[in-house]
Design a protein around this ligand. Structure first.
Ligand code: NDP
Length: 314
């Protein structure tokens, strides 16, 4: 290992230890704004980080709706948690399909009459550990960005008013930072435009991803100044991060008692199927910041990107 890598790894280990300690501190009664009546929906929760988030939220005493695009796989995953004594329900949900989203929305409205927490975890990265093929760029953008966005739009009307505020947590990535050191859009003017929250619009974000996909289609994306590493994945997560900032601004206009807080986090490089189990943190650890954000006691934190419980600049 080079000196720099060694230092980074030492720093990460230290933070992992700190977080492990933080996790042993129980929430006090006045911090616990939730109960078993609190409903948390987790997408892509049949495995990996999503499963862990579902497990940890249920462990804190909430009712968790574990969703999975494959019904039988979801039922199996939920059974593991139910047998462990957790309060977990299960439903099919494919975020790529509008009918699936609307069927799920109808079911949750009828059965639970609303939602308090939405964790958008479902996502794909077809390039696994290395490589930068654009073969599945469209599907990636459709799932990671449009699927997440469609879930947010479908769930907001169901989010229940509360003093603590409803919560949306998006499992995103630091690769989707506008000003990342190693992976960022080269066009400074575009970066500046996208970083101006006063003027940022959904149309601008959609235009960015569609320009990218047009260049992929024409095979000109290599000279388009897009992030160099995991390009399609980075663009999809950048869109998620920007959309979350935009939504945070819009949602902050809601009256007290009806607030919805929305944040993103990067779980690190995690040992799951997505990385062919080659990551350097466990799914259990990777779930931590998402669960922490979902449960933040009485703090109006919104429109931010976090990693390991610390804020990063988008
Ligand atoms: P996994 O591949 O283990 O899990 C991904 C989950 O998303 C699976 O449950 C998968 O379902 C589900 N999913 C994929 N497409 C859809 C869809 N259309 N509708 C519903 N569910 C879908 O990966 P991870 O647990 O590692 O990833 C979870 C999240 O964390 C993703 O958003 C990912 O981008 C993000 N992330 C992961 C990192 C890592 O190092 N692993 C790093 C940074 C971010 P199925 O089992 O049916 O395929």
């Amino acid at each position: 290992m080079t000196g720099k890598k060694e230092k980074a790894s030492e720093k990460r280990e230290k933070r992992l230890q700190e977080i492990s300690l933080l996790r042993t501190i129980p929430y006090s009664d006045h911090q616990r704004w939730w109960s078993e009546e609190t409903i948390a929906v987790v997408t892509g929760a049949n495995r990996g980080i999503g499963f862990e988030i579902a497990k940890q939220l249920a462990g804190h005493g909430l009712t968790v709706i574990l969703t999975s695009r494959d019904t039988s796989v979801g039922i199996e995953a939920a059974k593991v948690l139910q047998e462990g004594g957790f309060n977990v329900d299960v439903h099919q949900l494919d975020i790529l399909h509008e009918e699936s989203i609307s069927e799920f929305t109808k079911w949750i409205k009828e059965k639970y009459d609303g939602v308090d927490i939405l964790v958008n975890n479902a996502g794909v990265n077809y390039n696994l550990v290395s490589g930068n093929s654009m073969e599945y760029a469209k599907q990636m953008i459709e799932t990671n960005y449009f699927g997440t966005k469609n879930m947010i739009k479908a769930m907001i009307p169901l989010m229940r008013p509360s003093a603590a505020g409803a919560r949306i947590v998006n499992v995103s990535s630091r690769l989707g930072k506008l000003n990342g050191r190693r992976s960022r859009i080269e066009d400074e003017a575009l970066r500046e435009k996208l970083s101006n929250l006063e003027t940022l619009s959904e149309e601008q974000i959609d235009n960015m991803v569609s320009t990218f996909l047009q260049q992929v289609e024409a095979d000109t994306w290599q000279s388009g100044g897009w992030p160099q590493k995991f390009t399609d994945y980075a663009v999809s997560k950048l869109a998620v991060n920007l959309y979350s900032m935009l939504m945070a601004k819009q949602l902050s206009e809601r009256p007290e008692g009806e607030k919805i807080y929305i944040n993103c986090y990067c779980p690190g490089w995690v040992r799951t199927a997505m990385t062919s189990w080659s990551g350097n943190v466990s799914a259990e650890h990777a779930a931590d910041t998402g669960v922490w954000l979902a449960l933040l006691p009485n703090e109006a934190v919104t429109g931010k990107l976090f990693a390991e419980r610390r804020e990063l600049k988008v």
